[in-house]
Structures are given as structure tokens and as C-alpha cells.
Design a protein around this ligand. Structure first.
Ligand SMILES: *[C@@H]1O[C@H](CO)[C@@H](O)[C@H](O)[C@H]1NC(C)=O
Ligand SMILES: *[C@@H]1O[C@H](CO)[C@@H](O)[C@H](O)[C@H]1NC(C)=O
Ligand SMILES: *[C@@H]1O[C@H](CO)[C@@H](O)[C@H](O)[C@H]1NC(C)=O
Ligand SMILES: *[C@@H]1O[C@H](CO)[C@@H](O)[C@H](O)[C@H]1NC(C)=O
Ligand SMILES: *[C@@H]1O[C@H](CO)[C@@H](O)[C@H](O)[C@H]1NC(C)=O
Length: 546
């Protein structure tokens, strides 16, 4: 889930969904009025404490450093959830929901994996990711402590946790969790299946790759397994969605957005400082004077971000939808002022704000705060410093407007990785301004994650990779070869997609981020492509457990 600069990211409270869009800022508005702004999937459907059959525990033996020496054997408390209400007991499977870049709550019965758990009489577990929510291996997020925040450590946590659950003996009082774990049976002989969406989708796939004997199979939804520094394809999929008839897009809609962006850009550039032209409608004016390219990037990313957020979660019960934006963008006469249509459209997303944020300094400030949110923040703990660090360090994922394909935002030429991405790295984490991902293949397209995991060539067994072709993140994922974003971004062809016979691609027409993760008909009658995808996932999970 979740935008500034080129990196664009809007704080989204939890979810385990990748951040997108609009600046890195969690709040925006005029200088005095800070309007709370969260764009995300419909969280209440994914997880909620209310009415859940889950119990909450903290695992006391979580290890700070899985790759360090004995002197580094510091332990910490990692939060997890257990739902044994459906479990058949000994020998019946265990379904592990992998937490990601946000606080993790208990697994909701609105998830498709819960539906499968009922069918297979599975025990359902969820493990919160280190550094997020209430799971804190260190006192604070100083630059030095952030070295313990990596996907590799997270996989180590998962393996250690599974080992603990397998060793649990129902006849012995548990001392390793607080409150103590209480299961009706031993899970020693149970097959484990991992589930995750978005960044946790990566983790689900990488877990099967790196710890093949720990889980029998993994379902990896919307997993952007190809790490890319300059993630220009994101805007390309947004452009494609705006013109995709199945979800209410049209060529007219695409052209209208492109015209609005170009018109606005011309006005921005017509004055010094940029954006002070009184021909810009007041709603679209910068909240503070634009002092340079980074402020301009902040501003442009905010406009881009409105479209990002809507496309990423289209039709997942959180209006407005693409069809609403397209109606607003194309409604009226050709003579209408295109910028007034843009205002009407942005109001659907940002509501009653009075200007657009335009201060780079303000937008990175929350990233510089090395303190965790106060303990007890639960599902509303902040995740921004953590997730942007992971992006800067391991994955890139800077959502830029530099794409040369299907990109109606191209006129916004300040939202670049070289510009804003580099500035965020430096301002928030004192990482060198130039791309300098440590590792054997340190270059813009060989981020650490690609060489460590193989990107779209996972070379593993029993992985189901699920994506929707209207999800911007699918362009970094494992998809049908007929898709325009197949192997996108890998210009040096170092990591071409390759699937083994036991890896399965489930590629859905018309759906957005993580759509397959919701249970049957939670949003009303599922479209046929969703039912088709569910049937495939259901079949694969049954095969792993056969
Ligand atoms: C809790 O488990 C019971 C027993 O299976 C079930 O009837 C109920 O629907 C479950 N509640 C939730 C919220 O999953
Ligand atoms: C989330 O979904 C629930 C249940 O469908 C709905 O009542 C609620 O309004 C949705 N929340 C948002 C923010 O759209
Ligand atoms: C930032 O990193 C540079 C180079 O490693 C170092 O010299 C400098 O002291 C660091 N600045 C801060 C504020 O930590
Ligand atoms: C991907 O390929 C499968 C199998 O050929 C097909 O059923 C599915 O419709 C395709 N999905 C998309 C979005 O093209
Ligand atoms: C893959 O799943 C099959 C069951 O379909 C199982 O026999 C096999 O051990 C699994 N392979 C791995 C590497 O987990």
C-alpha cells in the first residue's frame, strides 16, 4: 500500500498492502489544517479484533539476528495470532498468514484463505513482521538499528516461529509465549501452507524458496518479486486502467487525464515560483511556495497519487472507483475547462482540502522520526519510516512518472528516482544519494532482492503466484506472457520470468491489488475471473495437501 516523490507513498495504516501514491506524507492540507488522509484497501474486511476467534500472543524467543554470532542472541517479543476454532487437530493442516509492511491484526473470516481453512479444518496463524505494529526487536529505528530490518531476517522469524509451533506439546505448559499458547493438539505432523499478499506475497514465495521443507506450499498474491529502482511501470498500469473498458475506463478518459496533466504542467512552469499562476484553480494550488524540483515533485506526486490510490484498490469496497474518476474526467463539453474536471475528480479522492501539499521537507519529516509509535498503538502504529527504508534498501519501488508506455502523467517530469528517490534516501536514512545497493550485483536493476531470490525466476516448488492485470504492482510480478508488462523493467534481461512445473500462475482479468485474497462474494457476486482464480487457488492448495 501506499507516496512522495517518486516514491510516493501515502501512509496507510496497516494492511499488509504496499504503499502507493502521493507523497510520503501521512497528513496533508494547508499549513494549519492537516487533513488525515489514508488510502488503502478496506482494512476492516481484512482484519479486525472484533468478533474474531483469534487469541493474541507474543512469542518470547524471537531472535534479533538470524545470521549473527552467539553474542548477538538477543531475544524480543513478536506478536502473533492463533485461531484454532476450525482446526481438526493432529495431522490437519496449518495455514500461516504472513504479516508485512504494517501492523498485523488477526486473520478475518472475510479472507479467502480463511474459507479454505474451514474447508481443510486448518489451524490459522498470523505472524506480525518485525519492526511493525507491536513487534519491535530494538528500542528505536535509528539508522544503526534499521540494519535488522530486512526480508531475510523476516524469513528467519517465520522459520523460527513455525519450528516453535511444531515443537509445541499440548501436555506441557507453554513458557515461550505470553500469554501462554494453548492448542488442543500437537501440530508436529501437520503440513504448513503459507499465504501472503503484496510484500508478504513476496515473503510467501521466498519462504518456500529459502526454507523449502518448512512449508509444503505457498500462495503469493500480488507479489512484486522483481525489485526495481525506477518503478515507471506503475504509472503505465494506471494509464492502462484508465482506458480499460471492463472497469469503466475509456480512451477518452485516458486522453482527458493526459490533457489535464499537460495543461496543469504548462501553468506550473509559466511562473516563478512554479505554481503561482492565478490561472490554476484554487483547489489545485500548492499549499506552500514551490522552492525547487523536490517541492515540485511533491506536488506532482500528490496529483498522480490520487489516480494511483484509486486504481490500486479499484472495486474493493472503497470508493471512488476508476469508473467514477472517468465519469468526472469526461463529463461535459469539450469546451469545459479541463482543470475544473480535474478538480472535480480529485475532490472525489481528497475531499474538502483547500490546496495540494508541496513541501518536500514536510513530507519527509515523518520518515526522519526514529521513534516507534507509542506501545499499544496496535493497528494504528505508524509504518512509514520502516517501509520506506525497506524500499530504499532492498526493493526500490519508487513510483515514478518516467514511463514511456501508456503513461498519461509523463508531463510531470520531476517525479523521478534520480531526483526524489535519491533525496529521500539521503534525507531519511543518510543512504548515499546515488543508487548504491550493496551486494554482488549493485546496480539500478540488480537490487539486492533480485540476486538473493531470483526475481521472476524463483526456481522453487509449490508456489501459486496470483496477480490482477489492473493492479499496478503486477508489472513487477509473475504473469501471463501475453500481458504488456510481462518481464517489464528488466531491460538487461538478467532475470527473465521462468516458472517450474510445480509453480502456478493465476492471472486475473480486470482486478486490482490483492483482490483474490477476499472470500467468495464479500463484495457481492464475484466477477467470473475472480471465481476462476479462486477455483485455481483452491485446487492448488488441495494438491499441496493431498
Ligand atoms: C468462530 O468459530 C465458530 C465455530 O466454528 C463459528 O461459528 C464462528 O462463525 C466463528 N466466528 C468468526 C468471526 O469467524
Ligand atoms: C469497508 O467495507 C465495509 C463492509 O462492506 C463497509 O461497510 C465500509 O463502509 C467499508 N469502508 C470503507 C472505508 O469504504
Ligand atoms: C552520513 O553518512 C556519511 C557517510 O557515511 C557520514 O560521514 C556522516 O557522518 C553521516 N551523517 C549523519 C548525520 O549520520
Ligand atoms: C492467463 O492465462 C490463463 C491460461 O491461459 C487464462 O485462462 C487467463 O485468462 C489469462 N489471464 C489474462 C488476464 O489474460
Ligand atoms: C509439493 O507438493 C507435493 C504435493 O502435491 C508434495 O508431495 C511435495 O513434497 C511438495 N514439494 C515441496 C518441495 O514441498
Amino acid at each position: 500500500m501506499l507516496a512522495l516523490l517518486t516514491l510516493l507513498l501515502v501512509e496507510v495504516a496497516n494492511a499488509g498492502l504496499l504503499r502507493f501514491g502521493g507523497l510520503l506524507t501521512e497528513r496533508f492540507g494547508g499549513d494549519d489544517q492537516h487533513v488525515s488522509f489514508t488510502l488503502q484497501g478496506n482494512q476492516s474486511l481484512l482484519e479486525s479484533h472484533a468478533g474474531s476467534n483469534s487469541t493474541t500472543h507474543f512469542y518470547k524467543n524471537a531472535l534479533l539476528d538470524h545470521f549473527g554470532g552467539l553474542s548477538d542472541e538477543k531475544h524480543w517479543l513478536q506478536r502473533y495470532y492463533v485461531d484454532s476454532s476450525q482446526w481438526g487437530g493432529e495431522g490437519y493442516p496449518v495455514f500461516l498468514y504472513i504479516g508485512g509492511e504494517g501492523p498485523q491484526g488477526p486473520v478475518s473470516s472475510s479472507l479467502f484463505m480463511y474459507e479454505l481453512a474451514v474447508e481443510h479444518k486448518a489451524l490459522v496463524l498470523a505472524l506480525e513482521h518485525r519492526f511493525y505494529g507491536e513487534s519491535r526487536p530494538v528500542e528505536d529505528m535509528s539508522d544503526a538499528n534499521l540494519k535488522f530490518l530486512t526480508s531475510h531476517q523476516a524469513l528467519g522469524d517465520l522459520a523460527r516461529f513455525v519450528e516453535y509451533i511444531k515443537a509445541y506439546d499440548p501436555n506441557v505448559n507453554d513458557a515461550k509465549s505470553s500469554p501462554p499458547l494453548s492448542l488442543p493438539a500437537s501440530a508436529q505432523e501437520s503440513p504448513f501452507v503459507a499465504f501472503g499478499g503484496s510484500y508478504p506475497g513476496n515473503l510467501a514465495a521466498w519462504f518456500k524458496l529459502k526454507y523449502p521443507s518448512v512449508v509444503i506450499g505457498s500462495v503469493a498474491s500480488s507479489a512484486p518479486v522483481f525489485a526495481e529502482y525506477d518503478f515507471a511501470e506503475y504509472g503505465g498500469v494506471v494509464g492502462r486502467a484508465l482506458s480499460y473498458p471492463l472497469i469503466g475506463g475509456s480512451d477518452q478518459c485516458y486522453s482527458a487525464v493526459e490533457k489535464a496533466v499537460t495543461t496543469l504542467k504548462t501553468l506550473l512552469d509559466s511562473t516563478t515560483p512554479a505554481g503561482s499562476s492565478d490561472k490554476i484553480p484554487s483547489y489545485l494550488r500548492p499549499c506552500s511556495p514551490i522552492g525547487g524540483p523536490l517541492d515540485l515533485a511533491t506536488y506532482e506526486a500528490q496529483i498522480f497519487g490520487a489516480f494511483q490510490g484509486v486504481v490500486q484498490y479499484n472495486l474493493e469496497n472503497r470508493p471512488p472507483y476508476v469508473s467514477d474518476l472517468c465519469t468526472a474526467m469526461t463529463d461535459g463539453n469539450d469546451d469545459d475547462d479541463i482543470l475544473l474536471r480535474l478538480v472535480k475528480t480529485l475532490k472525489l479522492v481528497y475531499g474538502g482540502v483547500t490546496c495540494m501539499p508541496s513541501s518536500f521537507e514536510k513530507s519527509v519529516a515523518p520518515l526522519q522520526d526514529a521513534q516507534f509509535s507509542q506501545a499499544g498503538c496496535d493497528l494504528s502504529c505508524s509504518s512509514m519510516r520502516q517501509w520506506i527504508y525497506q524500499s530504499c534498501h532492498e526493493f526500490g519501488y519508487f513510483q515514478t512518472t518516467t514511463g514511456d508506455k501508456m503513461n498519461p502523467f509523463a508531463a510531470f517530469d520531476t517525479v523521478t528516482a534520480e531526483n526524489a528517490g535519491a533525496a529521500i534516501r539521503k534525507a531519511a536514512y543518510n543512504l548515499s544519494a546515488s543508487v548504491d545497493y550493496a551486494g554482488p550485483a549493485a546496480n539500478a536493476e540488480g537490487l539486492v532482492a533480485n540476486t538473493a531470490y531470483g526475481a521472476r525466476n524463483l526456481a522453487a516448488h509449490n508456489i501459486t503466484a496470483v496477480n490482477g492485470n489492473m493492479d499496478p504492482w503486477h508489472s513487477l510480478g509473475i504473469v501471463n506472457a501475453s500481458d504488456p508488462f510481462f518481464n517489464a523493467g528488466d531491460s538487461s534481461s538478467r532475470f527473465p520470468q521462468h516458472v517450474t512445473p510445480s509453480e502456478s500462475i493465476v492471472f486475473i482479468d480486470g482486478t486490482a491489488h490483492c483482490r483474490d485474497m477476499y472470500a467468495t462474494n464479500v463484495f457481492g457476486q464475484d466477477p467470473e475471473p475472480v471465481s476462476w482464480a479462486h477455483a485455481k487457488i483452491r485446487g492448488n492448495v488441495a494438491a499441496y495437501l493431498a
